[in-house]
Design a protein around this ligand. Structure first.
Ligand code: C5J
Length: 225
């Protein structure tokens, strides 16, 4: 019978038992709409530099992950061009002048197939890396993510991307309820709001790791060797 051994990664609230062949890197919503000037996030008045600081750490982690031939998955938040999967409550939320589906400088906001909806060049998926298109904040809701992970024998997730307190946190909570062990490198996740970023990470690791573990990407790269 094949055996698997775990390596200890320094993390909060206690070391994470990392099993590389059972662990997928799940990169959440590193899309032009959230990270680039002219995207949805910037149109809502947010400072995209708060998110852009995560690009370099994600690039380094992704390169190390790919070098070891481990599983990588990407997600994109967005909707069908006919917006049939966009709940009216989500469309009107925020009472903004600009809503999901409206035209913007890089195409229709958060609509699949538009340039603004796509993943930033720096972290662009390679052929063979599954991309999960999700209509909600959590990556498990209304997607085939859980089935793909089960088919690949994945039980652990390193979750990175944006934003810490919204799509990253929602996905970590969904994953935790489905039995996955989640490790979040704090330098690879970001929020438009530094205080929400900090609290979002605290919420994951509180109460003995109620939703998962928090570490730094250097620790994961060191464990990969
Ligand atoms: C948001 C996300 N913040 N990816 N989406 O609307 O966190």
């Amino acid at each position: 019978m094949a055996t698997t051994s775990s390596q200890s990664i320094e993390a909060e609230p206690y070391p994470f038992g990392f099993v590389p062949e059972k662990c997928a890197l799940l990169i959440i919503d590193m899309q032009r709409d959230f990270l680039e000037p002219g995207g949805f996030g910037a149109m809502l008045g947010n400072d995209v530099n708060q998110l852009r600081r995560t690009i370099e750490p994600n690039k380094r982690l992704l390169a190390a992950w790919r070098k070891h031939g481990l599983m990588v998955m990407h997600t994109r938040e967005g909707h069908r061009p006919d917006l049939a999967d966009l709940p009216p409550a989500k469309k009107i939320r925020g009472r903004s002048k600009t809503c999901i589906g409206d035209p913007g400088p890089m195409g229709r906001i958060l609509v699949r197939g538009e340039a603004c909806h796509d993943i930033i060049q720096e972290l662009y998926p390679l052929p063979g890396e599954p991309v999960i298109d999700k209509p909600g904040k959590g990556a498990f809701w209304a997607t085939d993510l859980h089935g793909i992970l089960q088919n690949k024998g994945i039980t652990q997730l390193v979750v990175t991307g944006v934003t810490t307190e919204v799509c990253v946190n929602t996905t970590v909570r969904e994953a935790n309820d489905r039995g996955y062990e989640c490790l979040v490198p704090e330098d690879c996740v970001g929020s438009y709001f530094p205080e929400f970023h900090e609290m979002g990470l605290k919420m994951i690791q509180a109460q003995g790791g109620i939703f998962g573990w928090v570490t730094h990407s250097d620790q994961i790269i060191a464990a990969l060797g």
